[in-house]
Design a protein around this ligand. Structure first.
Ligand code: ZN
Length: 210
């Protein structure tokens, strides 16, 4: 494997084993329902374990996607060096501390150095890192490092605004429920004007998260 590919796989942090073990999830959900004091055999719950297993397979598919399939020849060599910004990318992830959703928006920018990526791929990269058990800080950094490795640009910036249901639903620390995280690499880190251009761009009129 070439050095470049090795780095991309390292950042992608795929899980080594194949498909998610849906049977074990089903068994575990039956156990949880029983532990709740519920009757897993009552009609409303009968198919819940199978549904939950399918749901997790979908929500956690991010660490089983091959990043090269995802990029799928969408990299282009061009003579273009102005800032590319993709804002308001919706994402849905699961917090690894509670297995509850955190949802929100990601804003991604980069300054190309001879290479760009098809615009539709950036939301897919965000998705790849969102569809896992995550913490928002790590997801933000992974998206930035992945794009940095794939494009080798002058710089990458990622800002993520997330609403954490584990905080809102549980009625604790409500003020902590919304969180903003950011990773700035290259010129976005070293050059104030570049960083401010990006931050001004993403602060213009977004709809509220929820
Ligand atoms: Zn949580």
């Amino acid at each position: 494997m070439k050095e470049k590919e090795k780095n991309i796989y390292e950042i992608a942090q795929l899980l080594p084993q194949g498909e998610i073990d849906q049977q074990s999830i089903q068994d575990a959900v039956v156990q949880m329902l029983t532990a709740f004091g519920e009757d897993p055999k009552r009609e409303g719950l009968l198919r819940t374990p199978a549904r939950v297993a399918r749901m997790y397979a979908e929500l956690l598919e991010g660490y089983r996607l091959d990043p090269y399939d995802l990029l799928n020849d969408a990299l282009f060599e061009v003579d273009y060096d102005a800032m590319v910004v993709v804002r308001d990318i919706e994402f849905y992830s699961l917090c690894e501390h509670h297995l509850l959703p955190f949802i929100g928006r990601a804003h991604v920018a980069y300054l190309p150095k001879g290479r760009v990526i098809g615009l539709s791929k950036i939301p897919r990269i965000v998705d790849m890192f969102a569809r896992r058990l995550q913490v928002q800080e790590r997801m933000t950094r992974q998206v930035a490092e992945f794009i940095n490795e794939v494009l080798n640009p002058m710089g990458v910036a990622v800002v993520v605004e997330g609403l954490h249901l584990c905080a809102t639903m549980r009625g604790v620390k409500k003020h902590d429920a919304r969180m903003t995280t950011s990773t700035m690499l290259g010129t976005f880190r070293s050059n104030l004007a570049t960083r401010e251009e990006f931050l001004a761009n993403i602060s213009r009129g977004s709809d509220p998260l929820l």
